[in-house]
Design a protein around this ligand. Sequence first.
Ligand code: ATR
Length: 240
Amino acid sequence: MQYEAILAPLDGFADSWRDFVAGGGKGGNVTVPFKEQAYQLAEVLSARAQQAGAVNTLYLNAQGQLCGDNTDGLGLVADLTRLGISLAGCTVLLLGAGGASRGVIGPLLDAGVTYLVVANRTVSKAQAIAANFDSRVQACSLQAIPKQTYRLLINATSSGLAGERPDIDIKHLNGCQLAYDMVYGAEPTAFMQWAKQHGVPQQADGLGMLLSQAAAAFNIWRGVTPDIEPVLAMLKLQLK
Ligand code: ATR
């Protein structure tokens, strides 16, 4: 099996995929900014992909149809479980309302989350996402987060890529067990450092989520789920 990166031109995702299949390609992962285009291209969509409105895993089925799935949410749930978070009955504050946020809400609810607030700088985007779910999911701006204990705080904004963090009041950290940033890097992100400074017992970046979504994609292609721990240790060393 060969697994390599292909850099598709911004206006040529579909052509790149066709070339790949013509060259013998059987399946692939898709990352930003092509997850929505992969969703459009797929002939058969999993329920998870439909709910996320985005595809990160493509493969050809026995009939040669192009199938699209989304393992991002599974990856997050697997990583949270690895970190010792029990999602049954958990309350979650999810910051951000872009593609990263949209794909994980369904899997978090399926894993037992009972109340999830999506807070975003642009409140209309949070409202548009929450409208796809039942009353367990609420939307608000970063300034109007409901007063409540959130056991899990997830940063799904891209602010960490610019060394920033979403501007929320520290009172929302009260009772929080884990501050999880979907962004990752060599050093703890600004969001993780801020949470640590204000007494949140556990912080994690998104490297484990990245590996867990890849492991779930591997399972779709090959029927086995690789253990992420050795790869995680290796990648952490490489990031240093
Ligand atoms: P992705 O698909 O990776 O989630 P995106 O669709 O560009 O990327 O969304 C980025 C998210 O990060 C958005 O929720 C964005 O907030 P807005 O919708 O208000 O733009 C959020 N974001 C980016 N930088 C931020 C910052 N400095 N503070 C707060 N939110 C930020």
